[in-house]
Design a protein around this ligand. Structure first.
Ligand SMILES: [Zn+2]
Length: 316
């Protein structure tokens, strides 16, 4: 430690808080596999995006779970082996796959039986792929983080998940990464590399503010840091800029852990008894249950929202 920092720390013990606390941990998840928000969806481009993203994850030693929408494996009604190959490359790189339904419906909008049928349709390729990799399909992620608007639906769906061997994967770090991703893919598709660079460069600083907010929410609620679960998407933005995101997280004192290890923390034993219509993180839902009003999300820079266009309102 620098001598002046040592003197400062002795004079002002509170100043030590300026250092990132040791022991911060986050589990990283990617939704909408095999791809979301890419400038082009020909097979060569998709292989490029997937391999760049997986290389980042391997280089940063990030254990990740990728959540699949199997409807995206089909082109003109038939299963595209090249797209199945993208999922295979996640497994071959040592990552785990989860179910994110076939067609990304909202549990807040479609009847429970239709939603469950879509979920089961969403495991027809993934389950055998996981088996052939010696793994068991075990994670489910709700599209749009829509958990069902009534307690009856939430309880019935929970029972359905358990009966099919699934655990719902929570999210604690709510964020608008997908807005950056849509903007980035569009700037790239239009050949505006300068705009794409600018959007990419704004991504990690934005996520820095997103993490500061989630950390504060955990402190307000539990009085201590908790291991977080982050949702991102399998897009060109992360294929090109995940390294900056990982560097920011290490700077904040984070190490990357398995989803199952994050969920060992007692915070995740807290039930989610409340769910409004809009998708929210578990931290936000727990906060509302405790009578706390979640703070505003950090703003997405205006030029990013502009590039994203109406898709910025889609949600995930
Ligand atoms: Zn999704």
């Amino acid at each position: 430690m620098n001598i002046w920092l040592l003197v400062l720390a002795l004079l002002f013990p509170g100043a030590a808080a300026a250092q990132p606390p040791a022991g911060r941990a986050v589990a990283i998840t990617f939704d909408d596999l095999p791809f979301a928000a890419v400038p082009a969806d020909d097979n060569a481009s998709l292989v490029g995006v997937t391999s760049r993203l997986l290389q980042h994850l391997q280089a940063e030693q990030v254990p990740a779970v990728g959540f699949v929408n199997e409807a995206k494996l089909y082109r003109e009604g038939s299963l595209d082996p090249a797209r199945v190959g993208l999922l295979r490359s996640w497994l071959q790189a040592g990552f785990e796959l989860g179910n994110h339904t076939a067609s990304h419906p909202s549990l807040n909008r479609v009847p429970l039986d239709a939603f469950e049928a879509d979920l089961l349709q969403g495991e027809t390729v993934t389950r055998p792929l996981m088996q052939s990799a010696g793994r068991t399909l075990r994670w489910f992620r709700h599209p749009f983080l829509h958990l069902g608007t009534t307690p009856e639906v939430r309880v019935a769906f929970q029972e359905f998940l358990a009966a099919h061997g699934y655990t719902a994967a929570p999210v604690t770090v709510n964020n608008s990464e997908w807005v950056f991703a849509v903007a980035y893919a569009r700037a790239q598709a239009e050949g505006d590399t300068e705009a794409a660079q600018r959007i990419g460069a704004a991504y990690a600083p934005y996520m820095d503010a997103v993490f500061a907010r989630a950390e504060q929410q955990a402190l307000d609620l539990f009085g201590r840091p908790i291991p977080h679960v982050l949702v991102l998407h399998a897009n060109a933005l992360n294929a090109d800029h995940f390294d900056a995101l990982a560097a920011m997280l290490r700077q904040r004192g984070y190490r990357f852990i398995e989803l199952a290890d994050a969920l060992q923390d007692s915070a995740y034993a807290s039930t989610v008894g409340y769910s409004g219509f809009n998708g929210e993180s578990w931290l936000e839902l727990w906060s509302r249950q405790a009578g706390l009003r979640p703070s505003q999300q950090p703003p997405v820079p205006g030029f990013v929202t502009q590039w994203a266009g109406p898709a910025a309102n889609r949600g995930y």
